[in-house]
Write a new protein. Structure first.
Lengths: 220, 94
């Protein structure tokens, strides 16, 4: 595998180096793309890493949709290209309308930083297609606004389309239906609150994140 | 015409308001045992030029749908005051 992966960087993004290192360890070639650029170049996959894009001003992820690069990301996604949003990247994808629902403040009203158990709920998505439904993963979360919410109709639609990708085994933040990650209808755009890049080496306590990143980077 | 608009942003029913909840829990410490339903939202103030009040309102509704609020989790209420004379000149509105 030698895939060129665009890692999108907004002012306030802070997980881009961790993501780049994790996917490099899998043989991919990360290319940092600043939000003011309007082209993804020859990227074969796109990752929007975590952090606080645009300072989380107004709402988490709200202002990123107006950054020039997001037009290219939307077009790339519409053409079926793999797009992954991690944590703040997930919030950006919901605010941009590439993924359904929204992330509200954690039910416990606390910022959460912990390793959590996840269960693969669908292997139809680009993030989980090399896994088996029911696979258990241990990956850290690090967020205040990670409590997934959507209206009843959207939830029913997502279930019918198999768009719920990952669930928490012990819901840490009050997320609706234990949702930790979702995909778009086609399965090529995925967002999740846990940080796979922080579970990408033995020294970090878990390598389970590599399972997801490997799936994401595998040839389509 | 110039209008001073205030957009009150609140939470959709069922959406958590940790700030409101925390303040509500703190008020009894000051002796106020009689307070409930504390909600903390956002207030956005802007001055807009438009052909009419309904035109201004319509434009602000679009702003709310596309940027100022996230309709999945937030509600909004728009109030408009026409600015005339000095207020319109200075756009201060208050």
């Amino acid at each position: 595998m030698a895939r060129r992966v665009a890692v999108v960087v907004f002012p306030g993004t802070n997980c881009e180096l961790d993501v780049a290192r994790a996917i490099s360890s899998l043989g991919a070639h990360p290319e940092s793309v600043f939000h003011l650029e309007d082209s993804l170049g020859s990227a074969e996959a796109v990752i929007i890493p975590g952090g606080f894009a645009h300072g989380d001003y107004l709402r988490t992820g709200a202002l990123a949709q107006f950054s020039p690069i997001m037009e290219s990301v939307s077009a790339f996604a519409a053409a079926g290209g793999p797009v992954l949003g991690i944590c703040n990247g997930f919030q950006i994808l919901t605010e941009t309308g590439l993924l359904p629902g929204a992330l509200q403040k954690n039910a416990g009203l606390k910022f959460l930083c912990a390793s959590v158990g996840l269960s693969v709920a669908s292997n139809r998505s680009v993030l989980t297609r090399t896994t088996t439904v029911g696979d258990q993963l241990q990956i850290p979360i690090n967020h205040f606004e990670g409590n997934y919410i959507c209206d009843r109709e959207t939830l029913a639609q997502m279930k019918a389309n198999d768009q719920i990708v990952l669930r928490y085994t012990d819901n840490p933040n009050g997320s609706l239906d234990d949702i930790a990650g979702v995909s778009n209808e086609a399965g090529n755009v995925v967002g999740l609150m846990p940080h796979p890049e922080r579970a990408s080496a033995e020294i970090l306590g878990s390598v389970d994140g590599l399972v997801l990143l490997e799936s994401f980077l595998a040839p389509l | 015409m110039k209008f001073l608009a205030r957009v009150e942003v609140g939470h959709q029913a069922g959406i958590l308001d940790p700030q409101g909840a925390t303040v509500q829990r703190a008020l009894p410490a000051l002796g106020y045992e009689n307070v409930s339903e504390v909600k903390i939202g956002k207030s956005i103030r802007l001055v807009i030029e438009a052909n009419s009040e309904s035109d201004a309102r319509e434009q602000i509704e679009k702003m709310c749908e596309h940027l100022l609020t996230n309709p999945v989790i937030e509600t909004y209420e728009i109030s408009l005051v026409e600015l005339t004379g000095d207020a319109a000149e200075n756009s201060a509105g208050e």
